[in-house]
Design a protein around this ligand. Structure first.
Ligand code: PEP
Ligand code: CO
Length: 458
C-alpha cells in the first residue's frame, strides 16, 4: 500500500480545482483554517458509519438531500429550518410507511464548491470564467466576481459553522420531537400530498398516546424527541478539505472534520486522480457518484483503493444515469460489485442524469423523469438481488419553481416565478414529499425480497 499523507493528493492530477492568482493569500487562509475548530467530531462520523453499515445489510434506508450549491445570498435561518423540515417529513413518511429506520444526511453546512461542465460561461458575445461556488468566486456575471478569492473560504466556514449550530439545536432541542410532527408542515405543500401526510401524522399521534399510556414517552425516551442528522458535501476543494482534516486523538486516524460524509463527484473519480488519493486516507464514509462513463472494473478498483478492508458503511455508490439509461448501465455495475463481494450501499441520485434545458433557457428536471429513474433503479436492484438502500436528491424546503411537473404541475413558463438555485434545479418541498411517498411504495413492494437479503446478511 502506497503511503498516504495529508497532502499526498498534490502529486496526482486534479480536475476542477480553482486556480488562485494570489498563492500567498491562499496559503495564509488555509494556514488559519487549519487552526479553526473542527465542524464535526470523529465520534459522530463513526456513529454515522455504524448506521450506514445497517443500510448495507438492508436494515435501514439512507436519505441524503439538500442544495445543489449553498449560497451566501440564501443563507437564512428560515431556509435551514425549512430544508430540515422537508427532510424530516420525507424521513417520517419512509419510516412510517416502509417501516424502515432512516439515516438522515443533509447536503448542507458546507456544500459550496461546484465542478462545472464548461470552464467558461457565455452571455451574448461575452465570455467569462464559470461560477464555481460561493466559497470560490461570485455568481454575478462580471470579470471581478469570477476571480477566485481565497478569503471566501472564511465566510463559507463561518456559514457552515452557524448552519450546523442551528441544525444541532433543531435536531436535539425539541423541534424534532415526534409530538411536533404537525410543526414540520410547509404551508404550500400540495393538497393531495398534505392529506396523505396528515394521515400519517394522525396515526403517529395515536401511537404516541398509546405508548404514553404504556409509560413510554418522549420525556423518558430520547429517541422520540431527538434525531441524528448528519452533514455532507462533495470533497471537491481539496486544499480546503485538507485544511479541515485532523488526527482524531482517541484513535490516531485522520478525519475530514468539514462534514460527516463526503463524496467524490462523477467528474473527479479517476482512480489515479487527486480526489481519490485524498479520500482514501480519511476515515469518513465516502460517496462515489456513478455515471454512464464508469466501467465496472474501474468501480471495483475505486472501492478497493478507498475501502481496502471492505468495511461496511464506508462506501456509498450513488448512481446517476438518467431515467432511460439505468437499464443500460446499472446492472453491469451491480454484477461487478456482487462478484467481488464488496460491501456497499446503493443509493440513487435521480437528479443529475435528468437535467435538461427548458424553452426559457433555464436548466430544469422534469419531475416525471426523476420519479422514473427511481422506479427503474428499484426494478434493476430487485432483478439483480441487491438492495436499493438510499436516495440522494437536490431539494429545498422553499416553494421554488425549478423542476417542472409534480402535483403543482409547474410548467416551463412557471420556472421563472421562483427560480433561486445557484446551480442545478432542486425539488421543492412538495415534490420532495411526493417522491418520499413513491419510494416508500417501492420499498414496501420489495420488502419481501429485502427480508430475504436481511436473512442472508445476518
Ligand atoms: C452534485 O451532486 O452536485 C454533482 C455535481 O453531481 P455529479 O458529480 O453526479 O454530476
Ligand atoms: Co447538482
Amino acid at each position: 500500500m502506497k503511503k498516504w499523507n495529508l497532502n499526498s493528493w498534490t502529486k496526482y492530477p486534479a480536475k476542477h480545482l480553482p486556480a488562485y492568482q494570489d498563492k500567498k493569500e491562499l496559503d495564509m487562509v488555509l494556514g488559519k483554517l487549519k487552526k479553526y475548530p473542527p465542524l464535526v467530531f470523529a465520534g459522530e462520523t463513526r456513529s454515522l458509519k455504524k448506521s450506514l453499515a445497517q443500510v448495507v445489510d438492508g436494515k435501514a434506508f439512507l436519505l441524503q438531500g439538500g442544495d445543489c450549491a449553498e449560497s451566501f445570498a440564501e443563507f437564512h435561518p428560515d431556509n435551514i429550518r425549512d430544508t430540515l423540515k422537508a427532510i424530516l417529513q420525507m424521513s417520517l413518511v419512509l419510516t412510517y410507511s416502509a417501516a424502515m429506520p432512516v439515516v438522515k444526511v443533509g447536503r448542507i453546512a458546507g456544500q459550496f464548491s461546484k465542478p462545472r461542465s464548461s470552464p467558461v460561461e457565455k452571455k451574448g458575445d461575452r465570455e467569462l470564467p464559470s461560477y464555481l461556488g460561493d466559497n470560490i468566486n461570485g455568481m454575478e456575471f462580471t470579470e471581478k466576481a469570477r476571480v477566485p478569492d481565497a478569503k471566501r473560504l472564511f465566510r463559507a466556514y463561518s456559514q457552515a459553522a452557524s448552519t450546523l449550530n442551528l441544525i444541532r439545536a433543531f435536531s436535539q432541542g425539541g423541534f424534532a420531537d415526534l409530538r411536533q410532527v404537525h410543526l414540520w408542515n410547509l404551508g404550500f405543500v400540495n393538497d393531495k400530498t398534505k392529506i396523505k401526510y396528515k394521515e400519517i401524522e394522525d396515526r403517529i399521534s395515536d401511537a404516541l398516546s398509546f405508548m404514553e399510556a404504556c409509560g413510554i414517552n418522549p420525556e423518558t425516551n430520547r429517541k422520540l424527541r431527538t434525531v441524528n442528522f448528519y452533514t455532507s458535501h462533495e470533497a471537491l476543494h481539496l486544499p480546503f478539505e485538507e485544511s479541515m482534516t485532523r488526527v482524531d486523538s482517541t484513535t490516531g486516524e485522520y478525519h475530514d472534520t468539514s462534514a460527516h460524509f463526503v463524496w467524490i463527484g462523477d467528474r473527479t473519480r479517476q482512480p489515479d486522480g487527486a480526489h481519490v488519493e485524498f479520500c482514501r486516507g480519511i476515515e469518513n464514509p465516502i460517496g462515489i457518484k456513478c455515471g454512464p462513463t464508469l466501467k465496472p472494473e474501474e468501480l471495483i478498483k475505486l472501492c478497493n483503493i478507498i475501502n481496502p478492508k471492505n468495511e461496511p458503511g464506508k462506501i456509498t455508490l450513488i448512481s446517476r444515469f438518467g431515467a432511460n439509461k439505468v437499464e443500460d448501465y446499472l446492472p453491469k455495475l451491480i454484477k461487478g460489485i456482487n462478484k467481488e463481494g464488496l460491501k456497499v450501499i446503493w443509493s440513487c441520485d435521480p437528479m443529475h442524469g435528468n437535467t435538461i434545458k427548458a424553452a426559457t433557457g433555464l436548466k430544469t428536471r422534469p419531475f416525471d423523469n426523476v420519479l422514473q429513474e427511481v422506479k427503474n433503479v428499484f426494478a434493476v436492484h430487485q432483478a439483480e438481488g441487491s438492495y436499493a438502500g438510499g436516495l440522494h436528491v437536490e431539494m429545498t424546503g422553499q416553494d421554488v419553481t425549478e423542476c417542472t411537473g409534480g402535483a403543482q404541475k409547474i410548467s416551463d413558463e412557471d420556472l421563472t416565478n421562483r427560480y433561486r438555485t445557484h446551480c442545478d434545479p432542486r425539488l421543492n418541498a412538495s415534490q420532495a414529499l411526493e417522491l418520499a411517498f413513491l419510494i416508500s411504495e417501492e420499498i414496501k413492494k420489495n420488502s419481501k425480497y429485502s427480508k430475504n437479503i436481511i436473512k442472508e446478511a445476518s
